[in-house]
Design a protein around this ligand. Structure first.
Ligand code: IMP
Length: 356
């Protein structure tokens, strides 16, 4: 039986470095069919309704990355969100999300207002419904200028799924079944693959096929980002790290502590949580007769202020990680980095422990 590992199971082994300063590490990556977009960092904000709306998408473009607008709204609202990003930050591009129901109209309307980058995002992406959606998009969907759309599809966690999604038309495959901070897929269904191994196996297959992947879920700090690139990913998707920020959609919730101080929070929730599903009640009460078991949870996270500083810190952490493994460019990390397994006491040793 194969053993699979996640980020905490491995550590990266420091290498002789040729970088004189951590700032010599370049985090710029390209995105798009003709590599027409230069992202300042390989970060994609998660297409969740408590992470990416127009403000997050507009901000992340300037600091390092690209936003993926969530799909849990009407076609009209989705088009409005896309145009709003352009209004706040005219050069900013963003990714728009569709599911595998009602995607034709949503895709066509979004393409009409100028969207070029699409993500077909469902919990179990290795599915016949995904095949149908991708085949239709590849064959029928055209951008305003007549070009074919650039399509991300997911989520999956096996090399076979990468091969299938690529054959069905995906340009990038999103990898991650069960690692997310608000996810309980593995508890509810027993399914998933520990994320470091999933990224490692899927990246090898994707690169053999000439496509890219996004490591999605389970990233809690810049160290995990460096490990995801060591496993071979091309981009990382960030959910909980960007939750609770000023630019994440949702109200700030203020609570009084016993002492009378005020604490501020925002909601972070899985898109398959009961809470998220209740809010899109129409979808579940009207269209579908069957409501599946919840695979996500909802929580309050402390309000963190602007996502700007968080993204900057992640970028700096990534640069430092690149310096430790002697990588000047993001694409070199997977070739330069060496990793070994660590014990749980080795992992614990690596956390600051003087504080108790
Ligand atoms: P995080 O960065 O660890 O918070 O993970 C974010 C990712 O969790 C998202 O990009 C999704 O792939 C995944 N996700 C979002 N909602 C749910 C859910 O309800 N159940 C399981 N996974 C989810």
């Amino acid at each position: 039986m194969k053993k699979n590992y996640t980020y905490d199971d491995i550590c990266l082994i420091p290498q002789m470095t040729h970088l004189r300063s951590r700032n010599d590490a370049k985090t710029v990556v390209t995105f798009g069919r003709n590599n027409e977009i230069k992202l300042l960092a390989p970060f994609i904000s998660a297409n969740m309704d408590t992470v990416t709306g127009p403000e997050m998408a507009a901000l992340i473009w300037d600091v390092g990355g690209i936003g993926a607008l969530h799909r849990f709204n009407t076609v009209e609202e989705a088009c409005k969100d896309y145009l709003e990003v352009k209004k706040i930050n005219p050069p900013a591009e963003c990714i728009v999300s569709v599911g595998v129901h009602g995607y034709k109209e949503r895709c066509e309307e979004l393409a009409k207002v100028g969207a070029k980058y699409f993500v077909v995002d469902i919990a179990h992406g290795h599915s016949i419904a995904m095949k149908e959606a991708l085949s239709w998009m590849k064959g029928n969907l055209r951008l305003k200028n007549g070009d074919k759309p650039y399509i991300i599809a997911g989520n999956v966690a096996t090399p076979l799924a990468v091969r299938h999604l690529s054959a069905w038309g995906a340009d990038i495959v999103k990898v991650g079944i069960g690692p997310g901070a608000c996810c309980k897929t593995r508890i509810v269904t027993g399914h998933g693959v520990p994320q470091f191994s999933a990224v490692l196996d899927c990246a090898r297959e994707a690169h053999r096929l000439g496509i890219k992947i996004i490591a999605d879920g389970g990233i809690r700090n810049s160290g995990d980002i460096v490990k995801a690139f060591a496993a071979g990913t091309d981009f990382v998707m960030l959910g909980s790290l960007l939750s609770g920020t000023k630019e994440a959609p949702g109200q700030v919730i203020t609570k009084a502590t016993e002492r009378g101080d005020k604490q501020h929070f925002k909601v972070y929730r899985g898109m398959a949580s009961d809470s998220a599903r209740k809010d899109r009640g129409k979808e579940y009460n009207g269209k579908y007769s069957y409501v599946p078991a919840a695979e996500g949870v909802k929580t309050l996270v402390p309000y963190k202020g602007s996502a700007h500083d968080i993204i900057m810190q992640l970028k700096k952490g990534l640069k430092s990680g690149m310096s430790y493994c002697n990588a000047t460019d993001i694409s070199e990390i997977k070739d330069c980095a060496l990793y070994e397994l660590q014990t749980s006491s080795g992992f614990n040793e690596g956390k600051p422990h003087i504080l108790g």
